[in-house]
Design a protein around this ligand. Structure first.
Ligand code: ATP
Ligand code: MG
Length: 334
């Protein structure tokens, strides 16, 4: 079965094409999957990236979608293009700037809708508006509704430490991917290389993000294959607390019926963010232990500096709101 991902947002410049190009490269070269990129962007940024960078074995198609025509035309066109691409691919990823002319039904053609958003108030507001207008898709009771993965992009170190997501209520059920950090590397690598080969904060955060997408993909594939009706122990969702529908639904990817956030304690190990969170907590704990043993055994200045920097990196590499959730999942606000 081919896994279909739509990378989209209505806002320009949030990193759709950067994520698209780098994700398909990751799927192809790191995961060994037959991968097709369909670039529906007029400018062809993601397809150009792939066509000029060293070959990673991705099939690249720069196609047009009649987004401005509205109605069913774009959906039929997309369906045809996808059908063609899925014949030869394990993964098909489409890069698209969303338009209000498009009918939300288009998203049902996909297994996952990945929405990059930077985390300034204005961008989060725009993302909330986009999700709200298409809420019926993500909160649909249809068994094959796409899973929604929101990805914070171009995140600055100070934003990682802020509570920005606690002030923002997304009106739908969504999973939150590990953030991809801002760095010049992302710009420099355009048409030259890929973030999976970079060891700077942006490259490393991208790799963590890509692993999370792969984990979500596996969950989704397993659920489709097992045709599970309700996943009481494995709901991968992190649910926005303003979501009033989530606890009422009974589809394959629904959170447990008894409560929107209740399931998170028991299901953390299955959720993408849960895994991310657990690893970060383990790192933080390890770092704490190191700091304690440093105090006990008298570590030199140089060693102290490197311990401090690894500590600050590990505590900065995850937003405060995620750490808060890890400590007290039932009272956390998303
Ligand atoms: N993590 C990052 N760090 C720094 N710059 C980034 C990052 N991600 C993307 N950019 C830069 O932001 C700009 C917009 O990125 P990109 O073209 O991927 O966004 P987009 O959402 O596809 O835009 P559009 O809506 O125009 O298609 C580009 O200059 C890109 O190099
Ligand atoms: Mg683009």
């Amino acid at each position: 079965m081919t896994f279909k991902i739509l990378v989209t947002s209505q806002k320009g410049g949030v990193g759709k094409s950067t994520l698209s190009a780098n994700l398909v490269a990751y799927f192809s070269r790191r995961m060994g999957l037959k991968t097709t990129l369909i670039d529906w962007d007029l400018h062809g940024s993601s397809s150009n990236w792939l066509l000029h960078a060293p070959n990673v074995g991705v099939v690249v198609q720069h196609l047009s979608l009649p987004v401005d025509q509205g109605g069913n035309r774009p959906i039929f066109e997309a369906r045809l293009q996808l059908r063609h691409a899925t014949k030869t691919s394990d993964v098909v990823l489409c890069d698209l700037t969303w338009s209000d002319y498009l009918a939300g039904e288009l998203m049902f053609e996909f297994d996952m809708v990945l929405v990059p958003t930077s985390v300034s108030e204005i961008e989060l507001g725009a993302t909330a508006g986009f999700l709200s207008r298409n809420r019926w898709v993500f909160d649909s009771a249809a068994a094959r509704r796409p899973m929604l993965l929101v990805c914070p992009t171009r995140v600055l170190p100070e934003q990682l430490a802020s509570n920005i997501f606690t002030q923002q209520r997304f009106p739908v059920s969504f999973m939150l991917a590990p953030p991809v950090q801002e760095s010049q590397t992302a710009r420099d690598l355009y048409e030259r290389g890929f973030l999976m080969d970079s060891q700077d904060v942006c490259g490393l955060s991208f790799q963590e993000f890509a692993r999370a997408v792969c984990a979500a993909k596996e969950m989704r594939m397993a659920q489709i294959q097992s045709k599970a009706i309700s996943p009481p122990k494995s709901a991968p969702y992190l649910v926005s607390e303003t979501n009033t529908f989530a606890s009422e639904r009974t589809g394959p990817l629904c959170p447990p019926k008894h409560g929107v956030l209740e399931g998170l304690v028991g299901t953390a190990q299955y959720s993408i963010l849960g895994r991310h969170r657990q690893r970060k907590l383990a790192e933080a704990e390890q770092s704490d232990t190191m700091t304690q043993s440093k105090a006990t055994f008298g570590i030199t200045n140089k060693q102290e500096k490197s311990t401090a920097s690894s500590r600050s990196l590990s505590s900065l590499s995850i937003p405060e709101f995620i750490r808060r959730m890890a400590r007290n999942p039932t009272s956390a606000k998303l």
